[in-house]
Design a protein around this ligand. Structure first.
Ligand code: COA
Length: 203
């Protein structure tokens, strides 16, 4: 696992505008150069519709990751039937890097609430992982929620105990364990709130 070095910390300090999207490139070709490469990963969240939905079916995960999120078709069906209830908006998005769909996220929010804002599912295609897209996509999901829902004071998600890579990502962005478990999966919930959430608010 990549660990932040003192040099990385100094670089983060020099990039105060949004240090979390500064990503140390781990691609082998860059590593061979023996240099620290910083790249700013850019992703877009695009609502899933009849034009683009087929791209969702082509997204795949490694076998050991498949239990961590719903399969794409199931995730979309959960949104269609409004599985969390009518008071929630269920928003499925494709995640694009350049013009290529590389993952999906589903956001489930109660606009009248203060804290019922959830990243329900998020995944990056197995062939695109480890390049900073997951971090960028979680940040874009957070920003989308904050832009769309002015009442939002917390963003929550469930992350399976076995999913240590995703948990490391969420903790690094400021999410904290709530101490509660998801009632269906009995897996821990995480919450981003207070100053950690305010870091992502746009002026
Ligand atoms: C979790 C997931 C979205 C991360 O996407 P990604 O594009 O691979 O992640 P990134 O390259 O942006 O890495 C972000 C952080 O994730 C963690 N991480 C990702 N891959 C890792 C690995 N192989 N080993 C250790 N940590 C890893 C690290 O904390 C990393 O931060 P760092 O780059 O500063 O070390 C992706 O692995 C995925 O789709 N997993 C399967 C589905 C899933 O688990 N979804 C989350 C459900 S809660």
């Amino acid at each position: 696992m990549w660990r932040e070095t003192r040099k990385d910390l100094r670089i983060r300090e020099k990039c105060p505008e949004n240090p979390s999207v500064i990503y140390r490139c781990k691609q082998a070709s860059f590593r061979k150069l023996g240099e620290l490469q910083l790249i700013r990963m850019q992703v877009r969240l695009v609502p899933i519709d009849r034009e683009n939905h087929r791209a969702m079916w082509r997204l795949t995960l490694k076998p050991e990751q498949q239990g961590f999120v719903s399969p794409p078709a199931w995730s979309l069906a959960r949104c269609f039937v409004k599985v969390f209830g009518d008071r929630f908006e269920h928003l499925p998005h494709l995640i694009y890097a350049d013009n290529e769909p590389i993952g999906f996220s589903t956001i489930v929010c109660d606009p009248a609430s203060a804290e019922d804002y959830w990243i329900d599912d998020i995944m990056i295609d197995e062939h695109q992982q480890g390049r900073g897209y997951g971090r960028a996509a979680v940040i874009e999901s957070i920003k989308l929620i904050l832009r769309r829902y002015p009442r939002c004071r917390a963003i929550q998600l469930t992350c399976f105990r076995a999913n240590t890579n995703a948990a490391a990502l969420y903790l690094s962005l400021g999410f904290a364990l709530t101490g509660d478990n998801d009632p269906v999966f009995n897996e821990p919930n995480y919450k981003l709130s207070g100053p950690a959430l305010d870091n992502f608010r746009e002026a």
